[in-house]
Design a protein around this ligand. Structure first.
Ligand code: OGA
Ligand code: MN
Length: 205
């Protein structure tokens, strides 16, 4: 298995600078195309066989409230699957690179597959409360082939907690990885018009 698709120059590449400068980075260089396809197959398989379940939101237990905020279905990655382990290995390389370049002291990582069915969205939110020092770096890896503008489901990134202007829009195309500071950058998933697959993950300190 082509577990590690990362070479030293890429690890030290522009995404680290972008992350340091703006608080987010978009890169295609870290996960190999072969691994991306395998992860895509795994996500579709799990979804089609009913292994994904409706996701929760922090302290919001109320189902009506929850449905107004997010409508994705998720399943945590595990090392029991070789393909999932390969992805976790790549994220381990990311963790080490961030720690050695940006001194963030990232300690652990967890990630889940997510499926947004037609009509699903995730309203603007923060992945972590400011100063909580829990989730500090977020990652989202996209698993969709031939995604078109009319498919919706783009990731909107705001520059900071108070900003109302969208600073970047990421198309959830296969192989695209987004990293952003969990306490600083509010993300939003615009409504998807077809099944949208991704792996969302968080580095903790
Ligand atoms: C999340 C999230 C963004 C995306 O799951 O917390 O913000 O593009 N996901 O899937
Ligand atoms: Mn989020």
């Amino acid at each position: 298995m082509n577990a590690l698709a990362v070479s030293e120059p890429l690890i030290r590449g522009n995404w680290i600078n972008a992350l340091a400068d703006t608080g987010w980075a978009v890169t295609h260089a870290l996960v190999s195309p072969e691994l991306a396809v395998q992860l895509r197959r795994e996500a579709i398989d799990l979804h089609e066989n009913g292994y994904l379940s409706r996701a929760g939101v922090g302290r919001a237990e109320d189902h009506a409230l929850l449905s107004s905020i997010r409508r994705d279905k998720t399943k945590w990655l595990s090392r029991e699957s070789a393909v999932q382990a390969a992805y976790l290995d790549v994220m381990e390389e990311v963790r080490l690179a961030v720690n050695s370049s940006l001194f963030m002291g990232l300690f652990s990582y967890e990630a889940h597959f997510a499926a947004y069915e037609p009509g699903a969205f995730y309203k603007r939110h923060m992945d972590a409360f400011k100063g909580a020092r829990n989730r500090v770096l977020s990652s989202v890896f996209y698993l969709n082939e031939d995604w078109l503008a009319e498919d919706g489901g783009a990731l909107a990134i705001y520059a900071d907690e108070t900003s109302t202007e969208i600073a970047d829009v990421v198309v959830p195309e296969l192989g695209t990885l987004v990293l952003f500071l969990s306490e600083d950058i509010p993300p939003e998933v615009l409504p998807a018009n077809r099944d949208r697959y991704s792996i969302a993950g968080w580095f903790r300190v």
